[in-house]
Design a protein around this ligand. Structure first.
Ligand SMILES: Nc1ncnc2c1ncn2[C@@H]1O[C@H](COP(=O)(O)OP(=O)(O)O)[C@@H](O)[C@H]1O
Ligand SMILES: [Mg+2]
Length: 1063
């Protein structure tokens, strides 16, 4: 997909033009390059985005011109190497959106246009990859945009960091702590409508996954004098106005407040309670909501508001002098509210406000206060109440931000990101103790900046033996010493003056200063000044030449503010307060503590020393804020003002050091550790000295000699681009290494798995082979034993059954029987049968019969009735003729037919003559008459009761079965037969000689019909038959070659029957 970008000519803004997803910002390196290139081409108009690229880098004018060009195009950020310079635009530039955050995430610092988020992301990535604590130091004078930058940074981390596994609310709390602290600690000043009147250092804790898990805030010296007094055009702390503007009616009534700030003396001193740029009402809503987020209960909110209200009521307490000029409270109403809101006894408070308790020689003495003293006591109480409440508030927020599972193991591996937003350098018409402290603080931070950047960088080159031309810069250590040195420093002298017995005043302090440090080049007073300067200095003032410019301080109030004393009886009263917050703020142990508390200046000095230590322990990042004009106006570039800031912030020196120096230095070990994978000789381990390893590595990477230098313990790389190229190469290399590691790991993993499977397979195989082997062996053993038994049995097979031959004999038997099962005869005609062993002969025979019977039975069951009849007739034929008549065998294969003549072949007359008698069988025959043996063609019919001989249409002879005495045939192959008839039957003419071509069939049927099966005679040689009454005929049969029937000379019928082959 093509990257669609919209380039605004400055090259600073790049946007993916996508109608459906307008907010999704995808920035590939292509996009970045486009931006870079166009930024270069547009350089004339928008200047360079890193001052290091300025051609005339020593010229302040060129520097300012670059700032101006960029400012004109609303490009408020510019780098000096890693330091971000920011110019307050005083207008909303819409450059802190979620898209902008996404755009700067994970991108190389110098590849995208300068931005606060680039610093934020770089710091965060350093925190994560190197696991070192980081600190972002934001400096600049009041109104330059420090607090704004801090808020944007916090927002960036809250929105882009991964959410912690537990306690996701930390992100909200981190964000929401801000409006609360601002309400109580910020105020409108001449310099800034939202000026921080306290110093803030905030730690954000990240777990090892980079998720914010907790936070901690350190606050520094709240400018509490503001509670009771404001310069013209300034306001008290925001919270008072917010409460009066935004508080609900009900709340205000409860607190006894009116909605008008003008009614409160503490709010009217600056005469500007209302400012157009501030919306107190909506701010109050935000604060109220934030209080709930940071764990305030309703009761706590109520207690807190009571205190805020009580300060306002305190301001309205008036005194009047009685006749002895002792102060008396005249505003009973206020006193009543105070009593209720602070939860103290009215009379006690009244006394404490108008009297002072002194303990002298163990005795308490009450001395009345005059009007002035009473007002002082009242204001002191208001300041103490407010400032202690502020301290309590910070503690409360810290408890809510504290990581909830500090015990968990991940806690130990947390890293910390510090954000320092401390009040900026400030100069007013009247500067007092507070400005002195604030400016001293800025001196310290400038000193730290010098130490960490300019000085240390130069010292490092020296220590590393890198050829180097020193850059001159102003070291403000001398001013720091002037303020903080022991015995000789301003703070020491102030403390001394506060503590010494006798009449010490602000003016005696000034004198002491003049005495002690009169020769100091950065210190001046009216007395010490020359004629010309003296005019600009009052007698009660001293002037310090700060790194950021001259500031004249008025000593009035220095001693008091430094002592910060609260009368004992006021303290006692507050210790008895029923308001839980006051109870925590005023501790009774304070009353019994005899030791004098540290002075304010010393406390502040100590806390600053601590802060410096904290910051030194972390990797620093810098944001240098510049204020373009004093009028808080957008688009106005006040060159004088800006030049001044550029000067005192040391930006030019910073740039010079940067240009002369090297963009990047790194210990050899660390450098080698990070990049060793890029060179085959150093990867995976380098055995020699790290320095040599680095030398090999950079040679392999192709660094040119002018691009780097080798120091004693570090490598110095001159240009960022060299480093980028190396970083890019590392990124690519990492990918391939990761792939390789993955591949190796996968290979290893799968090989392990494979080996496991293989081992298992071998195990199963061997077990199975074992099992198979054992089975086979057992089988062989069994086989051998069996064979042996068989042989033994075979030898003894004829012996009587004994253990030795039993097996053999049984085997023979079973194998015969099993064999038999397979070789049974297939049908009845199959006579095969296996030969049985001797012991089974009988059984075999029985089995054979059984088998045969079974087959027969089966056969019989399967035959049809017609076939049964056929067989029955055949059986009868066999019984009669088998082995007796020569042509019988020929008849066996021919089927008997139910009748040889159909109804059509028999004359209807004959049928008529037979009447109802059915014809069971009819066959054509030849009849030989009894005398001449003439052959005549006839039909032979069988009825249920008689044999009928038919000639054409005439029944020639009827022989009832009862009269049929027998049938005679010859044993030869002729087909003649004689039916013997009862002689007594006179109707009969004698026996009948007939010849049938189907003699066996005809005779069998006739015998069956007439029930004369046993009456068939088969004769050899001749048959005698009755030829008529008293006369017998004889038929002689002789075998011959062919059938011949003739009348012989002896009057016999001679039949020559052919010899058949079968005989
Ligand atoms: N980056 C910025 N964009 C827009 N306005 C800004 C920016 N930085 C500062 N301002 C304006 O300047 C005012 C003062 O800034 P602030 O951060 O409070 O100053 P400081 O903390 O340095 O005294 C803010 O209230 C805001 O109106
Ligand atoms: Mg601020």
């Amino acid at each position: 997909m093509a990257l669609q970008v919209e380039l605004i000519p400055t090259g600073e803004i790049i946007r993916v033009v996508h109608p459906h997803r307008p907010c999704k910002l995808a920035l590939g390196s292509d996009g970045v390059r486009v931006t870079m290139e166009s930024a270069l081409t547009a350089r004339d108009r928008v200047g360079v985005q890193d001052f290091v690229l300025l051609e005339n880098f020593t010229s302040e004018a060129a520097f300012i011109e670059n700032l101006r060009r960029r400012f004109r195009e609303n490009l408020i950020y510019t780098y000096i190497g890693p330091v971000l310079v920011s110019v307050n635009p005083y207008r909303d530039l819409q450059i802190y959106s979620r898209q902008h955050m996404e755009r700067y995430r994970g991108v190389s610092f110098y590849e995208v246009p300068p931005h606060l988020f680039a610093v934020a992301d770089t710091v965060y990535r350093a925190l994560r990859t190197e696991r070192r604590d980081q600190a972002v130091m934001i400096s600049g004078e009041s109104g330059a945009g420090k607090t704004e930058a801090t808020k944007r940074l916090l927002q960036f981390y809250a929105e882009t960091c991964p959410a912690p596994e537990r306690g996701g609310a930390v992100r909200d709390r981190l964000l929401q702590s801000n409006p609360v602290l601002e309400a109580f600690g910020n105020a409108k000043t001449l310099r800034n409508d939202n000026s921080s009147r306290f110093g803030k250092y905030m730690d954000v804790q990240f777990d090892f996954k980079g998720a914010p898990v907790g936070g901690h805030i350190l606050s520094y010296l709240l400018e509490k004098s503001r509670v009771v007094h404001q310069n013209h055009g300034e306001r008290n702390f925001h919270v008072f106005y917010q409460l009066l503007e935004g508080g609900e009616e009900e709340t205000l009534r409860r607190l006894g407040l009116e909605r008008n700030p003008q009614s409160y003396l503490y709010l009217v001193k600056g005469q500007c309670a209302k400012v157009s740029s501030i919306n107190d009402k909506s701010d109050w809503k935000v604060v109220r909501k934030a209080l709930t987020v940071i764990d305030f209960t309703e009761d706590e909110v109520e207690d807190l508001l009571s205190i805020v209200a009580s300060v306002l009521h305190l301001g309205n307490i008036h005194f009047a002098a009685d006749e002895e000029s002792n102060a008396q409270v005249t505003t009973e109403n206020q006193l009543k509210y105070l009593t209720r809101l602070l939860g103290v006894e009215g009379s006690m408070l009244r006394e404490a406000l108008t009297h002072r308790k002194i303990i002298a020689k163990g005795e308490e003495l009450l001395s009345p206060l005059n009007l002035e003293q009473a007002a002082y006591a009242r204001d002191a109480l208001a300041k103490a109440v407010y400032s202690r409440t502020f301290t309590w508030l910070v503690g409360k927020i810290n408890r809510s931000l504290a990581s909830k599972d500090a015990e968990s193991p991940s806690w130990r591996s947390t890293t910390v990101l510090g954000l320092l937003d401390i009040y900026g350098f400030e100069v007013f018409q009247h500067n007092s103790f507070e400005q002195f402290c604030i400016n001293y603080c800025n001196e310290k931070l400038q000193q730290l900046f010098i130490e960490l950047t300019l000085k240390s960088e130069q010292e490092e080159y020296e220590a590393e033996g890198i050829a180097w031309e020193p850059v001159q810069y102003f070291n403000n250590k001398i001013i720091c010493d002037l303020v903080e040195e022991k015995f000789k420093g301003i703070i020491s002298i102030l403390d001394e003056e506060c503590l010494r017995p006798g009449e010490a005043t602000d003016l005696t302090f000034l004198e002491k200063l003049e005495d002690t440090i009169k020769h100091h080049p950065h210190f001046l007073t009216h007395k010490l000044a020359d004629q010309r300067t003296r005019k600009s200095l009052d007698r009660g003032e001293f002037r310090l030449l700060h790194y950021a410019g001259e500031v004249t301080y008025n000593v009035t109030g220095f001693l008091d503010k430094n002592n910060d004393l609260l009368f004992r009886n006021l303290k006692e009263t507050m210790c008895s307060s029923q308001n839980p917050i006051m109870g925590q703020c005023f501790d009774r142990s304070e009353l019994s503590d005899k030791k004098r508390p540290e002075t304010v200046a010393t406390q502040f000095k100590m806390s600053l020393l601590q802060l410096v230590e904290i910051l030194k322990s972390k990797e620093p990042a810098y944001i240098r804020c510049i204020k373009p004009n004093d009028a808080k106006q957008p688009g106005r570039f006040d060159e004088v003002l800006i030049r001044h800031q550029v000067k005192y912030l040391g930006l030019m020196e910073n740039l010079r050091v940067r240009r002369a120096g090297f963009a990047y230095h790194r210990k050899y070990e660390a450098f080698l550790q990070r990049y060793k994978s890029l060179c085959p000789e150093t990867w995976p381990t380098w055995a020699g000295r790290p320095q040599d390893g680095v030398a090999v590595l950079v040679r392999h990477l192709g660094y040119k000699p002018e691009e780097y230098k080798m120091g004693r313990t570090k490598i110095f790389i001159r240009f960022p681009k060299t480093l980028f190229a190396t970083e890019d190469a590392l990124e690519v290399r990492r990918q391939s290494l990761a792939t390789k590691i993955q591949a190796v790991w996968r290979g290893f993993h799968w090989r392990q798995k494979f080996l496991r499977v293989k081992r298992s397979a071998i195990c199963i195989q061997s077990w199975w082979r074992g099992t198979l082997g054992r089975r086979k062996a057992a089988k062989r053993k069994w086989a051998a034993q069996t064979i042996r038994r068989l042989i033994r049995g075979f030898i003894l097979r004829h012996a009587p059954r004994c253990p030795e031959n039993a097996f053999f004999l049984d085997h023979v038997r079973t194998s015969f029987l099993l064999n038999l099962r397979r070789q049974l005869p297939r049908n009845i005609l199959d006579t095969s049968w296996p030969t049985p062993p001797p012991a089974l002969r009988e059984a075999s025979e029985l089995l054979r019969e059984l088998c045969l019977k079974n087959m027969v039975w089966k056969y019989c069951r399967s035959i049809s009735p017609e076939w049964k009849q056929q067989l029955q007739q055949k059986a009868v034929a066999s019984e009669i003729f088998k082995g007796k008549k020569d042509n019988y065998p020929q008849s066996v294969p021919r089927l008997f037919i139910s009748t040889r003549l159909g109804a059509d072949d028999i004359s209807p007359k004959v049928l008529q003559a037979l009447g109802s008698e059915p014809i069971q069988y009819a066959v054509p025959v030849v009849k030989y008459d009894r005398k001449g043996y003439k052959p005549r063609s006839r039909q032979l019919l069988l009825t249920p009761s008689a044999v009928v001989i038919v000639e054409d249409a005439k029944v020639k002879q009827r022989i009832d079965y009862a009269n049929l005495t027998g049938i005679s045939v010859s044993s030869l192959s002729d087909s003649l037969f004689v039916l013997h008839v009862q002689r007594e039957d006179n109707k009969q003419k004698g026996d009948v000689v007939l010849q049938s071509d189907h003699v066996i069939e005809t005779l069998t049927k006739t015998a069956l019909s007439a029930d004369r099966v046993n009456n068939i005679n088969i004769n050899q040689g001749s048959i005698t038959f009755a030829g008529g009454p008293g006369r017998d005929g004889i038929i002689d049969f002789t075998p011959g070659s062919e059938l011949l029937i003739t009348k012989a000379k002896n009057g016999h019928l001679a039949v020559v029957a052919p010899r058949l082959n079968s005989r």
